[in-house]
Design a binder for this molecule. Structure first.
Ligand SMILES: *Cc1c(COP(=O)(O)O)cnc(C)c1O
Length: 477
């Protein structure tokens, strides 16, 4: 399996080459040169597999340059019992809220958010490739909470990799801070910047634009455009369909379709669902939920994509979705327009600030099954309260955006699976606001909050960051 760039100006590359790449050399994103198709019997063959075996099979369709035994080793460590409970991804029925509604439990990993599922795979796959090639990697990133902690927990104590993660000092939740700052592994560097998230991002960008510095210190990223993350995420769509159809008779399974609801920001999670659907997984509709930063809902209702600036992006109570320029959308638009038309029309987005796709709205709805909706702070609180009252289940604010939009779009006869993108304990303040009282934090969270924290504080200064990386980066010996 080869991967090509959306911009069409880079040579094709294998899975392992693409894994270490980040952006393609021409500035585009990697996409599979062809989409593997699930055979009708694939899903039945896969029904008896556990999560590790299923992930080996699905990822193996793309990662054809990793021998199967090695891939199984990577995946069994990534989703091992010391990192995830069994099953790795449980389905949690919410029939008491609405018949056919269920959560897909993506957040049972070390940092209580779905990003663990993709990042733990990278945390094993990247060191494997580096070792094979005698290379090292210094991961430089900026986080407002979820991505950084997932990356640190995935790469802690791994050979050949160190992590330099910038975070805005004092601007994350208690739990997010504790998850990151309590790590004492020597290859994890938590850098608390005196500034906001945009300052952290600007510092990372400045160093990334310095090609000489980047090469000298083997700097790289594991952000949401990494193709390895997308492919690892496609696995749980297959898993969720298998588990939802377990109770259906073998004759009816062929016609068994589900709707999947995805709380979205950078369009990575739902793009993985779109990929699984494009492979032939029987998903009827992909229902995209946004918060008040509803650029993507605007796209799927009006056909016009108009990204917004950081200044126009609201700080909401589902903060991991406060995104107004969805980095993975490029892959989707590439498929929608085809390689030739994509290049000119995408260029016009960069010039004019918007992209008119009304001529493809029918394809998005009818062929790709996309539907969308927006949830607000008030909706979020109401969904948290309702799911708690009617099903006795605590959900987090992002999942609540999914439940809100699910309840608006559900249709009888179609099981509706909401991707649970984080656990309530990670965003306790909003849950408390919704329920009018604080739920007792789980013991694991209480212990976490009591741990000693380790950070390096720096001012908002590029020179200080350069000096720090020069001092501490891993180098190939
Ligand atoms: C990252 C994140 C999202 C958004 O996912 P995308 O893949 O960026 O669309 C939603 N909810 C939570 C809790 C997240 O951490």
């Amino acid at each position: 399996m080869q991967f090509i760039s959306t911009r069409g100006q880079a040579p094709s590359a294998s899975f392992t080459e693409t894994l270490l790449m980040g952006l393609e050399p021409d500035g585009g994103l990697a996409v599979p040169a062809s989409i593997p198709k699930l055979r009708a019997d694939h899903c039945e063959e896969w029904r008896s597999l556990d999560y590790v075996e299923l992930a080996t099979a699905v990822i193996g369709l793309f990662a054809t340059d990793i021998p199967e035994a090695d891939l199984r080793g990577i995946v069994s460590t990534a989703y091992g019992a010391d990192r995830f409970p069994t099953p790795v991804v449980p389905l949690k029925p919410l029939d008491d809220v609405a018949p056919g509604l269920a959560l897909v439990g993506l957040s049972e990993g070390p940092t209580m958010a779905f990003k663990d599922l993709a990042m733990q795979f990278l945390g094993q796959a990247i060191p494997y490739v580096l070792a094979r090639e005698g290379r090292v990697l210094n991961i430089l990133g900026a986080t407002s909470g979820d991505t950084g902690s997932a990356a640190e927990h995935a790469f802690r104590a791994q050979e050949g990799v160190s992590v330099f993660m910038l975070s805005p000092a004092g601007r994350m939740s208690n739990v997010q801070r504790a998850q990151m700052y309590s790590l004492a592994d020597p290859n994890i560097h938590n850098i608390a910047v005196d500034g906001v998230f945009d300052d952290c991002q600007a510092l990372v960008k400045a160093l990334n634009n310095d090609a000489a510095f980047k090469a000298e210190h083997s700097l790289g990223a594991v952000n949401s455009i990494n193709i390895g993350r997308i492919i690892a995420q496609a696995v749980y769509y297959v898993w969720a369909w298998l588990r939802a159809s377990d109770g259906v008779g073998p004759e009816e399974r062929g016609a068994f379709h589900v709707d999947v609801v995805v709380p979205s920001g950078n369009f990575g999670n739902i793009y993985a669902g779109h990929l699984a659907r494009s492979m032939g997984l029987p998903i009827r509709r992909l229902i995209l939920a946004t918060n008040e930063n509803n650029v993507l809902d605007e796209l799927f209702t009006s056909g016009v994509y108009r990204p917004r600036s950081a200044a126009e992006t609201l700080a909401t109570s589902s903060p991991s979705m406060d995104i107004s320029r969805a980095s993975n959308l490029e892959r989707f638009v590439w498929q929608l327009l085809g390689p030739e038309e994509f290049v000119s029309r995408w260029a016009s987005l960069e010039e004019s600030g918007s992209l008119d796709l009304t001529d493809r709205l029918r394809v998005m709805h009818e062929d790709y099954g996309f539907v969308s909706g927006t949830s607000t702070h008030k909706d979020r609180l109401a969904a948290i309260a309702r799911v708690h009252a009617e099903a006795g289940v605590l959900i987090d604010p992002h999942t609540a955006d999914g439940v809100t939009v699910a309840l608006r779009h559900m249709e009888q006869g179609y099981p509706t699976l909401v991707m649970e993108t984080a656990l309530a304990a990670k965003f306790a303040e909003t849950v408390e606001e919704a329920l009018g009282g604080a739920p007792e934090p789980p013991i694991s969270v209480q212990e976490l909050l009591g741990k000693e924290q380790h950070i390096i504080e720096i001012p908002n200064s590029e020179d200080e960051l350069r000096a720090l990386i020069t001092r501490s980066a891993l180098h190939r010996d």
